[in-house]
Design a binder for this molecule. Structure first.
Ligand code: FAD
Length: 389
């Protein structure tokens, strides 16, 4: 098979890149290790920046998000037994949208199907090859039969555990990492959300987050130990712990119900530099991971592929390599700002094992400053709604 861009991974980064390239007339093939059902079943992100929604619109996959997504103008911070609202729209003129990653993925999959583009699901042993040469290739097995795609470029959109970054020789890549000493235990339930906007809670027992996927489906998280297992967290225990970490008014409004999904995610900050290796580019979680506190992971995947598709368009339309040469530096500039914001939100809101009373007081002072200073609220809001592309 021959194509211009071979994309590895059919998560949000790979699917959105495929559509952005397609509308620019750049043919591409996606190779995905899992089945479509498996990809669609992964409950993950749920908050989209305006820039991400605009990209869905650009590829003609945004209609359902506008119909069903919930537009939010602010968030609430809970600490010291009370809630404090930050009006992000007043501070920035912008909004964010609640629309699940599963729905984004489905809309992009449907757009890809409607355009008749090739996606090979259940592609095994995918290997990017010769990306240091002018003739890169990707080999894979489908139903036990060996195949190869000859291409101009490879886009590694295969997430944190993918093969693309792992194929780069160690001397060509530098990584930066911070692991946090806790995880997030999350549940999804068919219950109305406790509040129409997100509540981030700093509590002596640990962080909690009240979020949602729709006005009928809620998503709640509590900070947990990395040693915890979901079997230790029956629903009753989860709801009790969540209530302990919320203010009395929120507890009164909380509707509990059976969980329909429950998982524990470790928290990590990670960046790989550069994001280009000859004729292979990395985008999304393949290149970087942020703790979900700032809701930036999916949005960074979108901004990466926005930069990458623009660079590839420039290469094919204008016969210029300037865009692809500048891709890594451009993407990393925005990535590091989101990494910083996600780290800062995480540091301010979670209970760290070694923070002591001093650390706890500093967090409360920072939160109090945040909700009483227009400058501080504007700074949080600018980052939360998404820095400009
Ligand atoms: C619990 C949780 C909550 C989150 N909450 C948020 C949030 O609120 N907001 C936010 O913005 N982000 C959030 N994120 C992060 C967000 O989900 C990711 O940043 C996003 O999925 C990145 O998309 P991606 O396409 O880069 O990677 P992925 O979604 O990981 O997709 C990569 C794809 O590549 C495939 N693949 C992997 N290896 C291979 C291979 N060898 N060959 C072929 N295919 C391969 C995988 O199967 C997968 O389909 C959350 C993540 C988690 C885990």
């Amino acid at each position: 098979m021959r194509t211009k861009v071979a994309i590895i991974g059919a998560g949000p980064a790979g699917l959105l890149l495929g559509q952005l390239l397609h509308i620019s007339g750049i043919d591409n093939v996606i190779l995905e290790r899992q089945t479509p059902e498996y990809v669609l079943g992964r409950i993950r992100a749920g908050l989209l920046e305006e820039g991400t929604v605009a990209l869905l619109d650009e590829v003609g996959a945004g209609a359902r998000a506008h119909r069903e997504g919930l537009v939010h103008h602010g968030i609430e911070l809970a600490f010291g037994g009370a809630r404090h609202r930050i009006d992000m729209t007043a501070a920035t003129g912008k909004t964010v949208m609640i629309y699940g990653q599963t729905e984004v993925t489905l809309d992009l999959m449907n757009a890809r199907k409607a355009a008749g583009l090739t996606t090979v699901y259940e592609a095994a042993d995918v290997k990017p090859q010769d990306f240091d040469s002018d003739r890169p290739r990707v080999s894979y097995l489908k139903d036990g039969v060996a195949h190869e795609i000859v291409c101009d470029f490879i886009a590694g959109c295969d997430g944190f555990h993918g093969v693309s970054r792992a194929s780069v020789k160690p001397s060509a890549i530098q990584t930066f990492e911070r692991e946090y000493p806790f995880g997030w235990l999350g549940i999804l339930s068919e219950t109305p959300p406790v509040n129409h906007e997100l509540i981030y809670s700093n509590h002596a027992r640990g962080f909690a987050l009240c979020t949602m996927r729709s006005m009928r489906r809620s998503r709640y998280y509590v900070q947990c130990s990395l040693d915890d297992h979901i079997d230790q967290w029956p629903d009753v225990r989860f709801w009790e712990e969540l209530k302990r970490r919320l203010d009395p008014q929120t507890v009164d409004n909380l509707v509990t119900g059976p969980s329909i999904e429950k998982s524990i995610a470790p928290l990590r900050s990670f960046v790989a530099e550069p994001m280009r290796f000859g004729r292979m580019f990395l985008a999304g979680d393949a290149a970087h991971i942020v703790p979900p506190t700032g809701a930036k992971g999916l949005n960074l995947a979108a901004s990466d592929v926005h930069y990458l598709s623009g660079a590839l368009r420039e290469y094919y339309d204008e016969k210029s390599s300037a865009g692809i040469d500048g891709y890594s530096a451009k993407a990393l500039t925005r990535v590091w700002k989101a990494v910083r914001f996600s780290w800062w939100m995480t540091a301010m809101l979670h209970k760290f094992p070694d923070q002591g009373e001093f650390g706890a007081r500093i967090q409360l002072a920072e939160l109090d400053y945040l909700v009483s200073s227009k400058a501080a609220m504007t700074s949080l809001s600018e980052n939360y709604v998404g820095l400009p592309y």
